[in-house]
Design a protein around this ligand. Structure first.
Ligand code: NIG
Ligand code: FE
Length: 461
């Protein structure tokens, strides 16, 4: 039977397909290759990419069969960003601490005095479910407006049973209702809460005991293994317990100090080790022998006014797979915009624009084990596509601090048009969603979404 696309996106001046790295993340050999098709086009059906090629070829093939043709007007088109590390569900903000830091107080000093993460824990505990959901939805909307179509979100501002579940259930609700694909992570081991200060081991046990009940709500388990948080032994205990229950693992490490987090990451075979601002050559070489993704978060040293950026250049040159993410959170990077992170990676860590774009798309997808679904524009993947209002991809990091994203298509749905969010549900007011009505019901069904998500993760084994 002949397959007729729902729509054709054509006249993409530079179509960055990011193709060829679904099985394995990009490394030095192909990190500068964006798989560019000049004057490219994409055919989409039921939210899935069914054909990719030049405009000439695809128009010839489909012109007489389809009614919906979208003109990218010669602009840059690429897959939606995959933000593989965020803490997007939290209460309050830390504007006052920001001012204190500018006046000379360090992040660690503020944390040791009961501020920092603990300040946000207090604010998050105070919030009602609905307030938390509304605040988080606003952050996700901003992400979507800036071109992020898949995001990982960690818990970790609850630090007790009731509030960690409040966060995890908020993430779960957003999974069902928001256009962005969300990958949930349990970060009960974010810091030791004050009441456990004299007996941190009791908190480590408490986190381990929570794991079975958390399992239905999180795919990954993460630990903040660093100075002032959890030491390597405590981290190992939690991560091993999580691994035995079938969680995939992540680790925050070497953000402030090297306390052995990388050796632990290699030993346990985590999916990603994140931050790595203070990493030595020995650890770089040990990661090389593993298949760990290095998720770099240059927004953090930038916002903390530090000069210790992860040595991305050295890591890539040694063959390590590098991804970029925001670390969006109220304390160390209140920035939802992946474009800004791409600029910082170029300017502060010596990545080329092509390396940074690969790191923010397909390698991010690998960091959340979603590479079979998202991160590139290839046949069989979700139609998560963004159009930037520029004509040369190098201008993405060049014109920094602004939003280049003009259009966002998520699973074949038009969700951002002319830099404005389109609300998909109330009365379907817009006339030009790209997909047919009958598929909309499927998208609305939470069961369908859950099944698809489950399959995604299992598919990769
Ligand atoms: O990734 N390092 C641990 N967690 C966050 C900071 C969270 C906060 O300060 O609220 C981070 O930087
Ligand atoms: Fe983080």
């Amino acid at each position: 039977m002949e397959i007729i696309p729902d729509f054709l996106l054509h006249n993409c001046g530079q179509l960055l397909t990011i193709a060829g790295a679904t099985e394995k993340p990009k490394t030095s050999q192909n990190m500068n290759d964006l798989g560019i098709i000049l004057n490219g086009a994409i055919a989409v059906k039921d939210g899935i990419i069914i054909d990719v090629g030049t405009t000439r070829k695809l128009r010839k093939k489909y012109d007489r069969k389809i009614s919906q043709v979208i003109d990218a007007e010669g602009k840059v088109v690429l897959p939606g960003f995959v933000d593989s590390h965020t803490h997007a569900v939290f209460g309050g903000d830390r504007t006052q601490e920001f001012v204190q830091r500018i006046q000379g107080n360090t992040y660690s000093e503020i944390l040791k005095k009961g501020g920092g993460i603990l300040n946000t824990v207090e604010n998050t505990r105070k919030q009602k479910n609905q307030e938390l959901t509304e605040a988080s939805k606003k952050h996700l909307d901003t992400m979507l407006l800036h071109g992020t179509t898949t995001v990982e979100i960690k818990s970790g501002y609850g630090l007790d049973e009731k509030n960690e579940f409040k966060i995890l259930k908020t993430i779960h609700y957003l999974q069902q209702t928001h256009s962005i694909d969300i990958v949930p992570t349990f970060l009960g081991a974010h810091v030791i809460p004050p009441q456990y200060k004299s007996n941190p081991e009791a908190y480590v046990n408490f986190v381990c005991n929570m794991l079975p009940a958390v399992k239905p709500y999180a795919i990954f388990c993460d630990v903040f293994c660093d100075d002032g948080a959890f030491d390597a032994k405590q981290s190992e205990k939690i991560l091993k317990a999580a691994q035995s229950l079938g969680f995939k693992l992540k680790i925050h490490t070497n953000e402030f100090k090297d306390i052995g987090g990388v050796s632990l990451a290699v030993k346990l075979g985590v999916v990603s080790a994140d931050h790595l601002d203070n990493i030595n050559l020995r650890d770089i070489l040990s990661i090389k022998k593993s298949c760990i993704l290095c998720v770099l978060l240059p927004g953090v040293p930038f916002f903390l006014m530090k000069d210790t950026y992860a040595p991305a250049r050295k890591m890539i040159d040694h063959g390590l797979p590098v991804a970029l993410a925001t670390d969006f959170n109220p304390g160390t990077c209140p920035c939802e915009n992946m474009q800004m992170i791409v600029s910082l990676a170029c300017l502060k860590s010596g990545m080329t624009p092509s390396e940074a774009i690969n790191a923010a798309t397909i390698n991010g997808a690998h960091a959340v084990e979603m590479a079979h679904w998202v991160g590139s524009i290839e046949v069989g993947k979700q139609a998560d596509i963004i159009i930037l209002d520029i004509h040369d991809y190098n201008q993405l990091p060049y014109y920094f601090g602004v939003n280049h994203v003009q259009t966002v298509i998520k699973k074949g749905w038009l969700v951002v048009k002319d830099k404005q969010l389109i609300d998909l549900y109330p009365n379907q007011a817009f006339g030009d969603s790209f997909r047919r009505k009958d598929t909309r019901k499927k998208r609305n069904s939470s069961v369908h979404r859950r099944e698809r998500r489950g399959r995604r993760v299992c598919d990769k084994g």
